[in-house]
Design a protein around this ligand. Sequence first.
Ligand code: NZQ
Ligand code: ZN
Length: 391
Amino acid sequence: MNSFNFYSPTYFAFGRDAENRVGALVARFGGTKVLIHYGGGSVVRSGLLDRVKASLDAEGIDHVELGGVMPNPRSGLVYKGIELARRENVDYILALGGGSAIDSSKAIAAGTVYDGDFWDFYSGKPIERALPVGTVLTIAAAGSEGSGDSVITNENGMFKRGASGDAIRPEFSILNPALTQTLPPYQTACGITDILAHLYERYLTNTPEVEVTDRLIEALMLTMIHEGPRVIEDPDNYEARANIMWAGMMAHNNSCGVGRSQDWNSHNIEHELSALYDCAHGAGLAVTMPAVFSYVMHHDVMRFAQVAVRVWGCPMDFSHPEATARSGIEAFRRFLTAIGMPKTLGELGGREEDIPRLVDALCNGDGRPGSISGFVTLNEQDCANIYRMML
Ligand code: NZQ
Ligand code: ZN
């Protein structure tokens, strides 16, 4: 196991009606003027926005609001949010929604207290200071409620990049599984896929002897495989939603990733798809992961065989471990199809003639060195082959 530092101070308030505590939590963490930031309207329709405002009012906390965050959040609204936060002397950013509203909030939080262009953070500059961020989560997926990461699409070229720093880890996150009951089945399935992706990206490691995190990841994957189909069948199942919601947080606050190298090639390959086609991140991952796994499997067949046996219940073929590895990837693909995820690039709006553009943005965009690296290093030719496998 590698040496590591792990600092994850987010306060979680989990359970029914937990959103009514938002005013008390902002007050507890010292916020006096809040920017409420949210998406395209689900929080208005569900009444969550009104309940949050009432809770802030009850504590005498002033607030302004900025809606309109799109899935795959854009840089343009971040600039608007920074300007608003400065003009209104905001000292606390409160995200209502999923990864998109939370990531846009994190970008505003970092950009408001930074003299330069906030995009510097998405070109590799670590985030050291930010306004505090709180969240009320409405979809179990991205794990941004507990992570020190934010992903934004730059409209100037439509490429999607991530930024990181402990300063943007939410100070508190409110998780009420009942809030996720209004999700359309497709979005629920996208979330399940993303959570499994966060687990796979950590499972695919080159660090030996990381049994404790291997076993944690396997437990969370098994939970998702059990609860995913239950919640697709019965969207009002609070208990299944609760297990998925907490698994989604644990999958991505990095408690499963410490002390080991991680992959993230599938995420990088997918981010170009959601940037270009504006597809849901989870749907893009459903198409990307089986292709990537099949392509890189021979780098460490036993790792793929291990997850096949321990998680997907495949029998171990000692004479042909690659057959076991392959059956694990196939079981994963069947699971994704069963919960309603797409199988091909075409289903996301992708076209073969876009592949050179996707590869260029992926491998060379924003100063990248002509390749991406993770579990294995993939050059432009590898990435083109992988995109072609998805057609
Ligand atoms: O915008 P509204 O109207 O709120 O609708 C949203 C949106 O259309 C809807 N929705 C959310 N909660 C709902 C609901 N509809 C009905 N009822 C509810 N309770 O769902 C749609 C998707 O929302 P979004 O926030 O985009 O989903 P998600 O949480 O999957 O976030 C995706 C974004 O997170 C990034 C992705 O790249 C993508 O941009 N990621 C962020 C990460 C991080 N910060 O650590 C890691 C992830 O790997 C991921 O890359
Ligand atoms: Zn993800």
